[in-house]
Write a protein that binds this ligand. Structure first.
Ligand SMILES: [Ca+2]
Ligand SMILES: [Ca+2]
Ligand SMILES: [Ca+2]
Length: 309
């Protein structure tokens, strides 16, 4: 028996009456270097033509905004569920926020998507969360300062580290620390270094300490910075730059005793200096009354010269 011939039903044009519906705005959060955006509310498009195939199904979410490195994919065309993803790596240090437009498309009246309808345009605002990728780095490769002995300073110098992360939590410096042990110095949260006791030039003329820094996410600087502190002696008026012993051979004429000698006045008024030279070799003690320019003294038969520069 012959089966009845297959007859094609006259194609009833499917009707796409309704355009899809989505929320008017979405807020998204993405952690930098990942690709999944957490959207609030979730991305779902509804179409009142459901459950009619095509007309009631969601075929695409389109993003308007050429610079936005995001794409929206349809996870389930029937339910209208979608997901927003980054097209490439999102870097918080380059851009912290994105705003663009999203629109849902249904599948039209049949295969091929003709007579498709679009939802209204919704605004998507995305915030990029920071990851603590960068460690603090000191602005200078080394620091140097000088102090005068015998004084306590509130701040001898200030060191400063910076951090390239994009959020305050991961980029601000929360702590500095001197890593060198047993030093007479301390550092505060702002990088100010002070001395904790009076320093003595005779005891130590120079200190070298190492300082490190932490960001507020507890990431430590990769490299500590050296800080050199010179101790300067308190200025004492008098002759400077002379040697304690000068050998002189009798009969060799005059000899300049202290060619590098100079008079330290410490910036104060000083009209004359009483200088005593003990010529122990020749068992003479001679005194010099200085007029601050040319100095000559008679030591027995020898004449010695001193000059103030
Ligand atoms: Ca529709
Ligand atoms: Ca950091
Ligand atoms: Ca970061």
């Amino acid at each position: 028996m012959l089966s009845p011939p297959l007859t094609l039903l006259p194609s009833v044009p499917a009707v796409n009456k309704h355009k899809p519906w989505i929320e008017t705005s979405y807020h998204g959060v993405i952690t930098e270097n990942t690709d999944v955006v957490l959207l609030d509310p979730p991305l779902v498009a509804l179409d009142k033509d459901a459950p009619i195939p095509y007309a009631g199904e969601i075929c695409a979410f389109n993003i308007h905004g050429l610079e936005a490195p995001f794409e929206a994919v349809v996870l389930n065309g029937t339910s209208g569920e979608g997901q927003l993803r980054a097209r490439g790596l999102v870097d918080c240090e380059l851009q912290k926020e994105y705003t663009f437009i999203i629109q849902a498309h249904d599948c039209g009246s049949g295969p091929g998507g003709t007579e498709g309808k679009k939802s209204h345009k919704a605004v998507v605002h995305i915030q990029v969360n920071d990851v603590n990728e960068f460690a603090p780095v000191f602005r200078e490769p080394q620091y140097r300062a000088a102090v005068t002995e015998g004084k306590i300073y509130d701040s001898i110098l200030q060191v400063e580290a910076t951090d390239q992360d994009c959020s305050p939590q991961y980029s601000q410096i929360c702590n500095y620390q001197i890593t060198t042990t047993s030093t007479p110095f301390a550092i505060d949260r702002n990088g100010n270094i002070r001395n904790t006791e009076k320093l003595s030039y005779d005891h130590q003329q120079q200190y070298e300490i190492l300082v490190t820094a932490w960001d507020c996410g507890q990431k430590r600087a990769l490299h500590s910075v050296p800080v050199r502190i010179d101790v300067k002696p308190v200025c004492k008026p008098g002759w400077q730059g002379w040697n304690k012993r000068v050998d002189y051979e009798p009969g060799t004429g005059s000899k300049q005793l202290f060619p590098k000698m100079h008079l330290e006045t410490c910036g104060g008024p000083l009209s004359s200096v009483r200088t005593t030279v003990d010529c122990s070799c020749c068992r003479f003690t001679c005194s010099i009354a200085s007029d601050l320019s040319e100095h000559a003294a008679s030591c027995g038969e020898q004449i010695i010269y001193m000059s103030a520069y």
